[in-house]
Design a binder for this molecule. Structure first.
Ligand SMILES: Nc1nc2c(c(=O)[nH]1)N[C@H]1C(S)=C(S)[C@@H](COP(=O)(O)O)O[C@H]1N2
Ligand SMILES: [Mo]
Length: 528
């Protein structure tokens, strides 16, 4: 092993210690104050829109894991460089660690859970990294390349004499022992860093609001949802109601905010005559209704699955807004999450009579933490990024001309009603079928306008009307099926929907940015 390789590995091991120890300290100071999630969070907030879109399209709901792994890999490369530098000049090595600490501390300060001690995890981690790097480099000093290695004690005043060690043969057993010893030391360092780091993460994850959530007793609704008619579900198609554990999750939070309902408040202010502040107790006392609403993400590609349908329990937001009494001209309702994320919905849309909810329940449970516990917005007909604020703590009446919410400067439209779309769930793209009757099925959605017609086209044939399944309201997606007389060969199936306003889904393909994908979903099927 070359000295520089040993020094580089020593750098990486020191970084592992810094990150691991910082995770442990962050148990006390807040999970986002550790350098890895802090830097990751800054990256999330600052990457250009197209890069974020790329992340979502490649990694989907795993984009956060990909980001943390990516940040860790970059840090490892940097630390390797610091190690190599440090063996030449200890001062430069120290400077490298100080730079790491400065970046970590700066990033931690910007996180929503940053308290006065947000700097502590990085600083403690970096201080230990200095010690670990020094010790490892001293050990690595005995690792030299075979060519460069001069038998210890060979020269005048050789150190072998000072140490009283017998001069080993070149490449002999003592050399191998040195290397083994160093590698063992590295292993122990990495192992300890991992134990401390993952242990800290584990401890941190136990300090969640799960217990508070378990204690929540949801109020009975003043009005229950209309009963589900039979036949909402087409066999082989996505479940009509998405279970909470399978419900898609999209947000900018690397670690979902842990909001204690005991201290939670919602402030309704800005351009209103009558500002309101609600506690959790007060919110639960408001009249609640239950509604099925299908949520959709603007990043959903044609044929994609960033869409889900749930039974929400919440209080109608239009009643709260009416109490707050917006001033004329307040055309935007800005919603702000505890982590600073914002979205803006048209005031007119929230007050036009649709069941826009300040929701506390999802499919019969309190909101899962990932989906906004204790409270979030759900608005039928608007994409999530302009309406569905999770972990909501503020509603500010404003003007579109005066305020751009989170995604707007990143290249997305201020306003974004959900586009009429449809998807084929069965057969899957590339599936094989036997000739004869093949059931084609899927979902179609145009929230708040409703779905009036779905048509299927085989190859370049005429569009044929599919059978619509029952639905509970115009605010959810609608399943459909079509009995296809399949003939042998390779076929392409396409689908298009017509909404309650009579408009047929456009064939023009558009990518998600700036206001939602469009085009017809197609699958190809091999019929034998
Ligand atoms: N606080 C917060 N709320 C948020 C977001 C976010 O990043 N932060 N993302 C929005 C987006 S883009 C969508 S599509 C929906 C997704 O809600 P879900 O994760 O419950 O499916 O949440 C919205 N609410
Ligand atoms: Mo989204």
């Amino acid at each position: 092993m070359k000295l520089s390789v040993g020094a580089g590995l020593a750098g990486v091991a020191a970084a592992a210690v810094a990150v691991g120890v910082a995770e442990a300290v962050a148990v006390v100071t807040g999970p986002l104050t550790a350098p890895l999630p802090a830097v990751g969070g800054v990256v999330v907030d600052n990457v250009p829109g197209p890069v974020k879109d790329f992340g979502v399209s490649v990694f989907g709901v795993h984009d956060k894991t990909a980001l943390i792994v990516g940040t860790a890999v970059l840090l490892a490369a940097y630390a390797y460089g610091v190690g190599v530098l440090a063996v030449r000049s200890w001062r430069l090595g120290l400077a490298g660690i100080v730079l790491f600490a400065a970046v970590g501390v700066a990033a931690a300060q910007t996180r929503h859970d940053a308290g006065v001690f947000a700097w502590l995890p990085t600083v403690v981690g970096a201080a230990l990294a200095v010690v670990v790097l020094r010790v490892l480099l001293d050990r690595a000093g005995s690792l030299v390349t075979e060519q460069a290695r001069v038998p210890v004690g060979a020269g005048v005043g050789g150190r072998g004499d000072e140490l009283g060690a017998p001069p080993p043969a070149v490449g002999g057993p003592a050399y191998v022992d040195d290397r083994r010893y160093f590698l063992k030391l590295l292993g122990i360092t990495f192992g300890s860093a991992a134990v401390v780091g993952f242990g800290g993460r584990w401890l941190g994850s136990r300090q969640t609001v799960t217990a508070a959530r378990d204690d929540v007793v949801l109020p009975a609704p003043r009005q229950t949802a209309p009963p589900l008619p039979s036949g909402v579900q087409v066999p082989g198609v996505t479940p009509y109601i998405s279970p909470n554990k399978d419900f898609y999750r999209i947000d900018t939070a690397l670690i979902p905010p842990q909001v204690d309902p005991a201290t939670w408040q919602l402030r309704i202010h800005g351009m209103v005559r009558n500002p309101i502040t609600l506690t959790w107790e007060q919110l639960l006392q408001r009249p609640m209704i239950e509604r099925y609403v299908t949520l959709a993400c603007v990043s959903n590609e044609v044929g994609g699955d960033l869409i889900g349908n749930a039974l929400w329990l919440g209080t109608p937001i239009r009643e709260l807004l009416a109490e707050a009494d917006p001033l004329p001209g307040a055309d935007q309702v800005v919603q702000r999450s505890v982590d600073g994320w914002t979205c803006g919905s048209p005031t007119a849309t929230l007050m036009d009579g649709r069941d826009a909810l300040l929701a506390v329940g999802m499919n019969g449970e309190p909101l899962p933490v990932d989906h906004g516990f204790p409270a979030r917005m759900v608005v039928p007909g608007l994409y999530g990024y302009v309406s569905a604020c999770k972990w909501i703590t503020e509603i500010e009446l404003s003007r579109f001309a005066d305020f751009d919410a989170y995604w707007v400067p990143r290249g997305w439209s201020q306003q974004a009603p959900i586009k009429t779309e449809s998807r084929i769930d069965t057969p899957r793209d590339g599936a094989d079928r036997k000739a004869g009757t093949v059931t084609v099925g899927g979902v179609a959605w145009a929230q708040h306008r409703g779905i009036d017609k779905v048509e299927v086209q085989v190859d370049d044939g005429a569009w044929a009307e599919a059978t619509l399944a029952a639905t509970v309201s115009s605010d959810t997606w609608r399943e459909w099926s079509y009995a296809w007389a399949a003939t042998p060969g390779k076929h392409r199936l396409r689908v298009r929907a017509t909404d309650g306003s009579g408009a047929t889904q456009t064939s023009t393909p558009a990518s998600p940015a700036p206001d939602g994908a469009s085009g017809w979903h197609a699958v190809s099927v091999d019929v034998a």
